[in-house]
Design a protein around this ligand. Structure first.
Ligand SMILES: Cc1cc2nc3c(=O)[nH]c(=O)nc-3n(C[C@H](O)[C@H](O)[C@H](O)COP(=O)(O)OP(=O)(O)OC[C@H]3O[C@@H](n4cnc5c(N)ncnc54)[C@H](O)[C@@H]3O)c2cc1C
Length: 474
Protein backbone atom coordinates (compact mmCIF):
# COMPACT_ATOMS: atom_id res chain seq x y z
CA UNK A 1 0.00 0.00 0.00
CA UNK A 2 1.25 3.54 -0.72
CA UNK A 3 2.02 6.01 2.08
CA UNK A 4 -1.06 8.10 1.20
CA UNK A 5 -3.34 5.04 1.13
CA UNK A 6 -2.02 3.85 4.51
CA UNK A 7 -2.54 7.32 6.00
CA UNK A 8 -6.10 7.55 4.62
CA UNK A 9 -7.06 4.41 6.51
CA UNK A 10 -6.31 6.18 9.80
CA UNK A 11 -6.98 9.87 9.07
CA UNK A 12 -9.80 9.56 6.57
CA UNK A 13 -9.89 10.46 2.89
CA UNK A 14 -10.06 14.24 3.16
CA UNK A 15 -7.18 14.57 5.63
CA UNK A 16 -4.53 13.23 3.27
CA UNK A 17 -3.45 15.03 0.11
CA UNK A 18 -1.34 13.62 -2.71
CA UNK A 19 -2.64 15.45 -5.77
CA UNK A 20 0.32 17.02 -7.67
CA UNK A 21 -1.14 20.52 -7.19
CA UNK A 22 -1.36 20.06 -3.39
CA UNK A 23 2.16 18.66 -3.30
CA UNK A 24 3.37 21.69 -5.28
CA UNK A 25 1.70 24.08 -2.83
CA UNK A 26 3.19 22.38 0.25
CA UNK A 27 6.68 22.10 -1.30
CA UNK A 28 7.61 25.64 -0.22
CA UNK A 29 7.39 27.97 2.75
CA UNK A 30 7.65 31.78 2.43
CA UNK A 31 11.35 31.47 1.51
CA UNK A 32 12.76 31.05 -1.97
CA UNK A 33 13.69 27.34 -2.09
CA UNK A 34 11.19 24.55 -2.94
CA UNK A 35 11.48 20.92 -1.79
CA UNK A 36 9.88 17.58 -2.64
CA UNK A 37 6.66 16.27 -1.07
CA UNK A 38 5.62 12.60 -0.82
CA UNK A 39 2.20 13.31 0.76
CA UNK A 40 0.46 15.79 3.06
CA UNK A 41 -1.34 14.77 6.29
CA UNK A 42 -3.79 17.02 8.13
CA UNK A 43 -4.34 15.35 11.52
CA UNK A 44 -6.75 16.84 14.06
CA UNK A 45 -5.59 15.17 17.29
CA UNK A 46 -2.36 14.17 19.01
CA UNK A 47 -3.21 10.51 18.43
CA UNK A 48 -3.64 11.14 14.69
CA UNK A 49 -0.27 12.91 14.59
CA UNK A 50 1.32 9.93 16.36
CA UNK A 51 -0.32 7.50 13.94
CA UNK A 52 0.87 9.52 10.92
CA UNK A 53 4.42 9.51 12.29
CA UNK A 54 4.39 5.74 12.85
CA UNK A 55 3.07 5.10 9.32
CA UNK A 56 5.68 7.37 7.77
CA UNK A 57 8.46 5.67 9.77
CA UNK A 58 7.23 2.29 8.51
CA UNK A 59 7.48 3.59 4.94
CA UNK A 60 10.92 5.11 5.65
CA UNK A 61 9.64 8.55 4.55
CA UNK A 62 11.02 11.68 6.28
CA UNK A 63 8.53 13.74 8.32
CA UNK A 64 8.31 17.54 8.20
CA UNK A 65 6.08 19.42 10.66
CA UNK A 66 4.32 22.46 9.24
CA UNK A 67 2.30 25.30 10.70
CA UNK A 68 1.21 28.18 8.47
CA UNK A 69 4.26 27.87 6.20
CA UNK A 70 5.36 31.49 6.74
CA UNK A 71 8.89 30.42 7.69
CA UNK A 72 11.61 32.14 5.70
CA UNK A 73 14.54 29.75 6.09
CA UNK A 74 13.08 26.63 4.44
CA UNK A 75 12.37 24.95 7.81
CA UNK A 76 9.11 23.39 6.58
CA UNK A 77 10.55 22.48 3.16
CA UNK A 78 11.43 18.77 2.78
CA UNK A 79 14.95 18.16 1.47
CA UNK A 80 13.98 14.62 0.33
CA UNK A 81 10.46 13.53 -0.69
CA UNK A 82 8.78 13.81 2.71
CA UNK A 83 5.48 13.61 4.54
CA UNK A 84 4.28 17.09 5.45
CA UNK A 85 2.34 16.95 8.74
CA UNK A 86 0.27 20.12 8.88
CA UNK A 87 -0.69 20.95 12.48
CA UNK A 88 -3.13 23.80 11.87
CA UNK A 89 -6.21 21.70 12.77
CA UNK A 90 -4.94 21.36 16.35
CA UNK A 91 -6.08 24.89 17.09
CA UNK A 92 -7.89 24.87 20.41
CA UNK A 93 -7.21 27.14 23.39
CA UNK A 94 -8.16 25.70 26.75
CA UNK A 95 -7.46 25.91 30.51
CA UNK A 96 -6.77 29.64 30.46
CA UNK A 97 -5.70 30.19 34.08
CA UNK A 98 -6.08 33.85 34.97
CA UNK A 99 -4.36 33.54 38.34
CA UNK A 100 -1.40 31.48 37.11
CA UNK A 101 -1.31 33.51 33.85
CA UNK A 102 -0.99 30.41 31.67
CA UNK A 103 -2.98 28.62 29.00
CA UNK A 104 -2.81 25.37 27.07
CA UNK A 105 -2.98 25.84 23.31
CA UNK A 106 -2.80 23.66 20.22
CA UNK A 107 0.17 24.26 17.87
CA UNK A 108 -2.22 25.40 15.14
CA UNK A 109 -3.47 28.42 17.10
CA UNK A 110 -2.65 31.62 15.20
CA UNK A 111 -0.36 33.78 17.36
CA UNK A 112 -2.59 36.88 17.34
CA UNK A 113 -5.75 34.85 18.04
CA UNK A 114 -4.32 33.85 21.43
CA UNK A 115 -3.90 37.46 22.57
CA UNK A 116 -7.38 38.33 21.23
CA UNK A 117 -8.77 35.39 23.21
CA UNK A 118 -7.15 36.46 26.50
CA UNK A 119 -7.70 40.23 26.06
CA UNK A 120 -10.88 40.30 28.21
CA UNK A 121 -8.75 38.97 31.09
CA UNK A 122 -6.19 41.74 30.63
CA UNK A 123 -3.57 39.23 29.47
CA UNK A 124 -1.62 38.69 26.26
CA UNK A 125 0.95 36.37 24.69
CA UNK A 126 4.09 38.48 24.37
CA UNK A 127 6.08 37.17 21.34
CA UNK A 128 4.64 39.11 18.40
CA UNK A 129 6.33 38.24 15.08
CA UNK A 130 5.32 40.57 12.28
CA UNK A 131 3.62 37.50 10.80
CA UNK A 132 1.49 37.11 13.95
CA UNK A 133 -1.84 37.40 12.16
CA UNK A 134 -1.05 34.20 10.21
CA UNK A 135 1.82 32.26 11.80
CA UNK A 136 1.06 29.55 14.36
CA UNK A 137 2.29 29.04 17.92
CA UNK A 138 3.67 25.62 16.82
CA UNK A 139 5.67 27.25 14.01
CA UNK A 140 6.79 30.00 16.41
CA UNK A 141 8.13 27.25 18.69
CA UNK A 142 9.84 25.61 15.71
CA UNK A 143 11.80 28.80 14.97
CA UNK A 144 11.87 30.36 18.47
CA UNK A 145 10.16 33.35 16.89
CA UNK A 146 10.83 36.90 18.01
CA UNK A 147 9.04 40.16 17.31
CA UNK A 148 9.07 43.88 18.04
CA UNK A 149 8.02 43.38 21.67
CA UNK A 150 10.58 40.65 22.41
CA UNK A 151 13.22 43.27 23.26
CA UNK A 152 11.90 43.58 26.80
CA UNK A 153 9.90 40.36 27.11
CA UNK A 154 12.22 37.79 25.45
CA UNK A 155 11.55 35.49 22.50
CA UNK A 156 9.24 32.45 22.31
CA UNK A 157 11.47 30.25 24.50
CA UNK A 158 10.80 32.56 27.47
CA UNK A 159 7.04 32.08 27.09
CA UNK A 160 6.74 28.31 26.71
CA UNK A 161 6.50 26.37 29.97
CA UNK A 162 5.80 22.88 28.63
CA UNK A 163 5.20 21.03 25.38
CA UNK A 164 3.48 17.78 24.55
CA UNK A 165 5.10 16.27 21.49
CA UNK A 166 5.11 13.19 19.29
CA UNK A 167 8.59 11.65 19.14
CA UNK A 168 10.35 10.12 16.15
CA UNK A 169 9.04 6.73 17.34
CA UNK A 170 5.44 7.98 17.39
CA UNK A 171 5.25 8.15 21.20
CA UNK A 172 3.61 11.03 23.07
CA UNK A 173 5.71 12.77 25.75
CA UNK A 174 5.41 15.97 27.80
CA UNK A 175 8.50 18.07 28.46
CA UNK A 176 8.57 20.88 31.03
CA UNK A 177 5.78 21.74 33.43
CA UNK A 178 3.88 24.58 35.06
CA UNK A 179 6.40 24.54 37.93
CA UNK A 180 8.75 27.52 37.71
CA UNK A 181 11.97 25.49 37.83
CA UNK A 182 11.30 21.81 37.12
CA UNK A 183 13.94 19.29 38.10
CA UNK A 184 16.20 17.65 35.55
CA UNK A 185 17.52 18.74 32.18
CA UNK A 186 15.56 21.44 30.36
CA UNK A 187 14.43 19.35 27.38
CA UNK A 188 11.61 21.83 26.74
CA UNK A 189 14.29 24.43 26.00
CA UNK A 190 15.96 22.00 23.58
CA UNK A 191 12.74 21.57 21.62
CA UNK A 192 11.99 25.29 21.25
CA UNK A 193 13.84 26.46 18.14
CA UNK A 194 14.63 22.92 16.96
CA UNK A 195 12.64 23.36 13.70
CA UNK A 196 10.76 20.09 13.94
CA UNK A 197 13.93 17.97 14.28
CA UNK A 198 13.26 16.75 17.85
CA UNK A 199 9.54 15.99 17.67
CA UNK A 200 6.16 17.30 16.50
CA UNK A 201 4.67 19.62 19.12
CA UNK A 202 0.98 18.90 19.71
CA UNK A 203 0.13 20.95 22.85
CA UNK A 204 1.80 23.90 24.50
CA UNK A 205 1.55 25.44 27.97
CA UNK A 206 2.24 29.14 27.37
CA UNK A 207 2.98 31.96 29.77
CA UNK A 208 0.66 34.98 29.53
CA UNK A 209 1.65 38.52 30.44
CA UNK A 210 -0.47 41.26 31.99
CA UNK A 211 -1.39 44.04 29.60
CA UNK A 212 0.60 47.08 30.78
CA UNK A 213 -1.48 49.81 32.46
CA UNK A 214 0.20 52.52 30.38
CA UNK A 215 1.87 52.52 26.96
CA UNK A 216 3.58 55.40 25.18
CA UNK A 217 4.66 55.15 21.54
CA UNK A 218 7.13 57.55 19.94
CA UNK A 219 8.05 58.15 16.32
CA UNK A 220 11.46 59.78 15.85
CA UNK A 221 12.66 60.95 12.42
CA UNK A 222 16.32 61.32 11.42
CA UNK A 223 18.23 62.53 8.41
CA UNK A 224 20.69 59.64 8.64
CA UNK A 225 20.62 55.96 9.59
CA UNK A 226 23.68 56.63 11.76
CA UNK A 227 21.80 59.12 13.95
CA UNK A 228 18.89 56.72 14.43
CA UNK A 229 21.24 53.85 15.32
CA UNK A 230 23.12 56.11 17.78
CA UNK A 231 19.79 56.81 19.48
CA UNK A 232 19.17 53.08 19.95
CA UNK A 233 22.48 52.66 21.83
CA UNK A 234 21.96 55.87 23.81
CA UNK A 235 18.50 54.79 25.04
CA UNK A 236 19.76 51.42 26.29
CA UNK A 237 22.90 53.02 27.76
CA UNK A 238 20.61 55.37 29.70
CA UNK A 239 19.19 52.33 31.48
CA UNK A 240 15.87 52.15 29.62
CA UNK A 241 14.88 48.90 27.87
CA UNK A 242 11.84 49.91 25.83
CA UNK A 243 9.14 47.39 25.01
CA UNK A 244 10.07 47.89 21.34
CA UNK A 245 12.67 49.78 19.27
CA UNK A 246 12.10 49.40 15.54
CA UNK A 247 13.95 51.10 12.72
CA UNK A 248 12.81 51.73 9.13
CA UNK A 249 14.89 53.28 6.34
CA UNK A 250 13.66 55.66 3.64
CA UNK A 251 12.91 53.06 0.93
CA UNK A 252 10.74 51.20 3.44
CA UNK A 253 9.05 54.39 4.67
CA UNK A 254 8.16 55.22 1.05
CA UNK A 255 6.85 51.69 0.40
CA UNK A 256 4.64 51.85 3.50
CA UNK A 257 3.29 55.32 2.75
CA UNK A 258 2.48 54.25 -0.83
CA UNK A 259 0.58 51.28 0.58
CA UNK A 260 -1.27 52.96 3.48
CA UNK A 261 -1.08 56.54 4.69
CA UNK A 262 0.29 56.24 8.20
CA UNK A 263 1.81 59.69 8.54
CA UNK A 264 5.46 58.62 8.37
CA UNK A 265 7.70 61.56 7.30
CA UNK A 266 8.68 60.90 3.68
CA UNK A 267 11.67 63.24 3.82
CA UNK A 268 13.33 61.28 6.66
CA UNK A 269 16.31 58.98 5.99
CA UNK A 270 15.11 56.76 8.86
CA UNK A 271 12.43 56.57 11.51
CA UNK A 272 12.69 54.92 14.88
CA UNK A 273 9.55 53.59 16.55
CA UNK A 274 10.00 53.33 20.31
CA UNK A 275 7.45 52.03 22.76
CA UNK A 276 7.67 52.18 26.54
CA UNK A 277 5.20 50.33 28.72
CA UNK A 278 4.48 49.84 32.42
CA UNK A 279 3.27 51.96 35.31
CA UNK A 280 2.26 55.52 34.33
CA UNK A 281 4.99 57.38 36.24
CA UNK A 282 7.78 55.15 34.90
CA UNK A 283 6.39 55.31 31.37
CA UNK A 284 6.34 59.10 31.38
CA UNK A 285 9.96 59.27 32.59
CA UNK A 286 11.15 56.64 30.08
CA UNK A 287 9.40 58.37 27.18
CA UNK A 288 11.30 61.53 28.08
CA UNK A 289 14.61 59.59 28.12
CA UNK A 290 13.91 58.27 24.60
CA UNK A 291 12.85 61.71 23.34
CA UNK A 292 15.98 63.32 24.80
CA UNK A 293 18.31 60.65 23.38
CA UNK A 294 16.75 61.19 19.94
CA UNK A 295 17.04 64.98 20.16
CA UNK A 296 20.68 64.75 21.25
CA UNK A 297 21.44 62.41 18.30
CA UNK A 298 19.95 65.01 15.95
CA UNK A 299 16.35 63.84 15.44
CA UNK A 300 14.52 66.12 13.01
CA UNK A 301 11.18 65.23 14.61
CA UNK A 302 10.12 63.61 17.88
CA UNK A 303 6.44 62.68 17.94
CA UNK A 304 4.76 61.11 20.97
CA UNK A 305 1.47 59.48 19.99
CA UNK A 306 -1.26 61.63 21.55
CA UNK A 307 -3.87 58.89 21.74
CA UNK A 308 -4.59 55.23 20.99
CA UNK A 309 -5.56 56.05 17.40
CA UNK A 310 -2.22 57.68 16.63
CA UNK A 311 -0.39 54.81 18.34
CA UNK A 312 -2.30 52.24 16.28
CA UNK A 313 -1.49 54.16 13.10
CA UNK A 314 2.26 54.03 13.85
CA UNK A 315 2.08 50.26 14.45
CA UNK A 316 -0.10 49.76 11.39
CA UNK A 317 2.72 51.33 9.36
CA UNK A 318 5.35 49.08 10.97
CA UNK A 319 3.28 45.91 10.61
CA UNK A 320 2.33 46.72 7.00
CA UNK A 321 5.96 46.93 5.95
CA UNK A 322 6.25 43.48 4.40
CA UNK A 323 2.85 43.63 2.73
CA UNK A 324 3.77 47.02 1.26
CA UNK A 325 6.73 45.49 -0.55
CA UNK A 326 4.35 43.48 -2.74
CA UNK A 327 3.74 46.78 -4.56
CA UNK A 328 7.47 47.19 -5.26
CA UNK A 329 8.13 43.81 -6.93
CA UNK A 330 6.54 40.37 -7.33
CA UNK A 331 9.12 38.56 -5.15
CA UNK A 332 11.08 39.33 -2.02
CA UNK A 333 13.90 37.78 -0.02
CA UNK A 334 13.66 38.76 3.63
CA UNK A 335 16.94 38.26 5.40
CA UNK A 336 17.66 37.84 9.09
CA UNK A 337 20.95 38.33 10.90
CA UNK A 338 21.86 39.80 14.24
CA UNK A 339 24.82 41.96 15.28
CA UNK A 340 25.84 43.60 18.56
CA UNK A 341 23.82 46.81 18.94
CA UNK A 342 27.05 48.80 19.21
CA UNK A 343 28.02 47.76 15.65
CA UNK A 344 24.72 48.62 13.97
CA UNK A 345 26.08 51.69 12.17
CA UNK A 346 29.11 49.90 10.66
CA UNK A 347 27.00 46.89 9.68
CA UNK A 348 24.29 48.98 8.03
CA UNK A 349 26.96 50.90 6.07
CA UNK A 350 28.35 47.56 4.85
CA UNK A 351 24.90 46.23 3.98
CA UNK A 352 24.07 49.30 1.86
CA UNK A 353 27.44 48.91 0.10
CA UNK A 354 26.69 45.24 -0.70
CA UNK A 355 23.22 46.15 -1.99
CA UNK A 356 24.60 48.94 -4.22
CA UNK A 357 27.40 46.76 -5.59
CA UNK A 358 24.93 44.02 -6.59
CA UNK A 359 22.46 46.56 -7.97
CA UNK A 360 19.53 45.22 -5.95
CA UNK A 361 16.44 47.01 -4.65
CA UNK A 362 16.78 46.80 -0.86
CA UNK A 363 14.50 48.07 1.90
CA UNK A 364 15.16 47.83 5.64
CA UNK A 365 12.89 47.46 8.63
CA UNK A 366 14.25 45.79 11.73
CA UNK A 367 14.31 45.17 15.46
CA UNK A 368 17.08 47.71 16.14
CA UNK A 369 16.93 47.30 19.92
CA UNK A 370 18.42 43.83 19.78
CA UNK A 371 20.52 44.36 16.63
CA UNK A 372 18.30 42.03 14.59
CA UNK A 373 18.61 43.12 10.95
CA UNK A 374 16.13 42.35 8.18
CA UNK A 375 17.47 43.57 4.82
CA UNK A 376 14.61 42.90 2.43
CA UNK A 377 15.34 42.58 -1.27
CA UNK A 378 12.42 43.18 -3.65
CA UNK A 379 12.96 41.55 -7.04
CA UNK A 380 11.43 39.71 -9.98
CA UNK A 381 12.53 36.07 -10.08
CA UNK A 382 11.62 35.91 -13.78
CA UNK A 383 14.51 38.27 -14.57
CA UNK A 384 17.38 35.99 -15.68
CA UNK A 385 20.15 35.68 -13.08
CA UNK A 386 18.29 37.87 -10.56
CA UNK A 387 17.67 35.19 -7.90
CA UNK A 388 21.36 34.19 -8.00
CA UNK A 389 22.34 37.85 -7.58
CA UNK A 390 19.96 38.25 -4.63
CA UNK A 391 21.30 35.08 -2.98
CA UNK A 392 24.93 36.18 -3.52
CA UNK A 393 24.20 39.54 -1.86
CA UNK A 394 22.39 37.80 1.00
CA UNK A 395 25.36 35.52 1.56
CA UNK A 396 27.71 38.51 1.80
CA UNK A 397 25.39 40.18 4.32
CA UNK A 398 25.48 37.12 6.57
CA UNK A 399 29.28 36.92 6.38
CA UNK A 400 29.50 40.63 7.21
CA UNK A 401 27.25 40.14 10.25
CA UNK A 402 29.43 37.26 11.47
CA UNK A 403 32.54 39.43 11.04
CA UNK A 404 30.83 42.10 13.16
CA UNK A 405 30.54 39.57 15.99
CA UNK A 406 26.94 38.67 15.20
CA UNK A 407 25.02 35.44 14.66
CA UNK A 408 23.55 33.65 11.64
CA UNK A 409 19.94 34.26 12.53
CA UNK A 410 18.05 36.46 14.95
CA UNK A 411 14.67 34.74 14.72
CA UNK A 412 13.92 33.03 11.39
CA UNK A 413 15.96 29.93 12.18
CA UNK A 414 18.73 28.17 10.28
CA UNK A 415 16.58 25.75 8.29
CA UNK A 416 17.92 25.00 4.88
CA UNK A 417 18.92 28.54 4.08
CA UNK A 418 21.81 28.92 6.54
CA UNK A 419 22.60 25.27 7.24
CA UNK A 420 25.88 25.29 5.33
CA UNK A 421 26.97 28.50 7.04
CA UNK A 422 26.90 26.79 10.45
CA UNK A 423 30.56 25.84 9.92
CA UNK A 424 31.40 29.58 9.92
CA UNK A 425 30.24 29.95 13.53
CA UNK A 426 30.73 26.49 15.04
CA UNK A 427 33.84 24.32 15.33
CA UNK A 428 33.48 20.64 14.28
CA UNK A 429 33.30 19.56 17.91
CA UNK A 430 30.34 21.93 18.54
CA UNK A 431 28.50 20.61 15.49
CA UNK A 432 29.22 17.06 16.66
CA UNK A 433 27.70 17.80 20.09
CA UNK A 434 24.56 19.20 18.45
CA UNK A 435 24.32 16.23 16.07
CA UNK A 436 24.59 13.81 19.01
CA UNK A 437 21.84 15.62 20.88
CA UNK A 438 19.66 15.38 17.81
CA UNK A 439 20.42 11.66 17.44
CA UNK A 440 19.32 11.11 21.04
CA UNK A 441 15.84 12.38 20.05
CA UNK A 442 15.78 10.91 16.55
CA UNK A 443 18.29 8.07 16.05
CA UNK A 444 17.10 7.32 12.49
CA UNK A 445 17.20 10.96 11.37
CA UNK A 446 13.62 10.81 10.10
CA UNK A 447 12.43 14.17 11.50
CA UNK A 448 13.12 17.03 9.12
CA UNK A 449 16.46 15.70 7.84
CA UNK A 450 18.89 18.10 6.17
CA UNK A 451 17.94 21.03 8.41
CA UNK A 452 20.01 23.17 10.78
CA UNK A 453 23.15 20.98 10.75
CA UNK A 454 25.25 20.57 7.59
CA UNK A 455 25.63 17.06 6.18
CA UNK A 456 28.34 15.15 8.07
CA UNK A 457 28.27 17.14 11.31
CA UNK A 458 29.67 14.28 13.43
CA UNK A 459 33.33 14.40 14.38
CA UNK A 460 34.03 11.16 12.56
CA UNK A 461 32.76 12.81 9.36
CA UNK A 462 35.39 15.52 9.83
CA UNK A 463 38.03 12.81 10.39
CA UNK A 464 38.59 14.15 13.90
CA UNK A 465 37.88 11.03 15.92
CA UNK A 466 41.43 9.68 15.78
CA UNK A 467 42.79 13.10 16.80
CA UNK A 468 40.34 13.36 19.70
CA UNK A 469 41.19 9.87 20.93
CA UNK A 470 44.88 10.82 20.95
CA UNK A 471 44.00 13.84 23.12
CA UNK A 472 44.49 16.52 20.45
CA UNK A 473 42.38 19.67 20.68
CA UNK A 474 40.15 20.13 17.61
C1 LIG B 1 5.97 38.82 6.22
C2 LIG B 1 6.67 37.99 7.24
C3 LIG B 1 7.08 38.57 8.43
C4 LIG B 1 7.76 37.80 9.40
N1 LIG B 1 8.13 38.38 10.58
C5 LIG B 1 8.73 37.63 11.53
C6 LIG B 1 9.12 38.20 12.79
O1 LIG B 1 8.90 39.38 13.07
N2 LIG B 1 9.71 37.40 13.69
C7 LIG B 1 9.96 36.06 13.43
O2 LIG B 1 10.50 35.38 14.29
N3 LIG B 1 9.61 35.51 12.24
C8 LIG B 1 9.01 36.24 11.30
N4 LIG B 1 8.65 35.67 10.11
C9 LIG B 1 8.96 34.26 9.85
C10 LIG B 1 7.84 33.26 10.26
O3 LIG B 1 6.59 33.88 10.29
C11 LIG B 1 8.19 32.64 11.61
O4 LIG B 1 9.36 31.86 11.46
C12 LIG B 1 7.07 31.76 12.20
O5 LIG B 1 7.50 31.34 13.49
C13 LIG B 1 6.72 30.56 11.36
O6 LIG B 1 5.47 30.06 11.81
P1 LIG B 1 4.61 29.10 10.86
O7 LIG B 1 3.39 28.70 11.59
O8 LIG B 1 4.39 29.74 9.55
O9 LIG B 1 5.59 27.85 10.76
P2 LIG B 1 6.16 27.07 9.48
O10 LIG B 1 6.81 28.00 8.54
O11 LIG B 1 5.12 26.17 8.96
O12 LIG B 1 7.29 26.19 10.20
C14 LIG B 1 8.43 26.80 10.77
C15 LIG B 1 9.34 25.71 11.38
O13 LIG B 1 8.71 25.16 12.53
C16 LIG B 1 8.53 23.76 12.39
N5 LIG B 1 7.23 23.45 12.98
C17 LIG B 1 6.02 23.94 12.62
N6 LIG B 1 5.07 23.46 13.43
C18 LIG B 1 5.68 22.65 14.31
C19 LIG B 1 5.23 21.83 15.39
N7 LIG B 1 3.94 21.79 15.75
N8 LIG B 1 6.14 21.07 16.05
C20 LIG B 1 7.46 21.11 15.73
N9 LIG B 1 7.94 21.86 14.73
C21 LIG B 1 7.06 22.62 14.03
C22 LIG B 1 8.62 23.49 10.89
O14 LIG B 1 9.08 22.17 10.60
C23 LIG B 1 9.62 24.54 10.47
O15 LIG B 1 10.94 24.07 10.70
C24 LIG B 1 8.00 36.42 9.14
C25 LIG B 1 7.56 35.84 7.94
C26 LIG B 1 6.91 36.62 7.00
C27 LIG B 1 6.46 35.96 5.73
Amino acid sequence: MTLAADLRQVLGTDQVLDHPLDMHIYAKDAGVTPGEVAAVALPATTQEVAAAVRISVRHGVPIVARGAGTGLSGGAVPTKPGLIVVLTRLNEIWDVDEAAQTAWVGPGVINLDLSKHTKPLGLHYAPDPSSQSVSTIGGNIGTNAGGPHCLAEGTTVSHVLAVEMVTAEGEVVTLGSAAPDPLGLDLRGVVVGSEGTMGLVTKILVRLIENPPEVRTLLLAFDSIEASARTVSAVIAAGVVPAALELMDRPMIEAVENFRTCGFPLEAAAVLIAEVAGHPAAVEAEAQVVARAGAEAGATEVRIAADELERELIWLGRKSAFGAVAYAAPDYYLHDTVVPRTRLVETMTGIYEIGARHGINMLNVFHAGDGNLHPLVAFDSKEPGMLEKVKAAAHEMVILSIEMGGALSGEHGVGLEKRDLMTKVYAPIDLDAQARLREAFDPQGILNPGKILPEGSRCYDFGLVANLESGATP
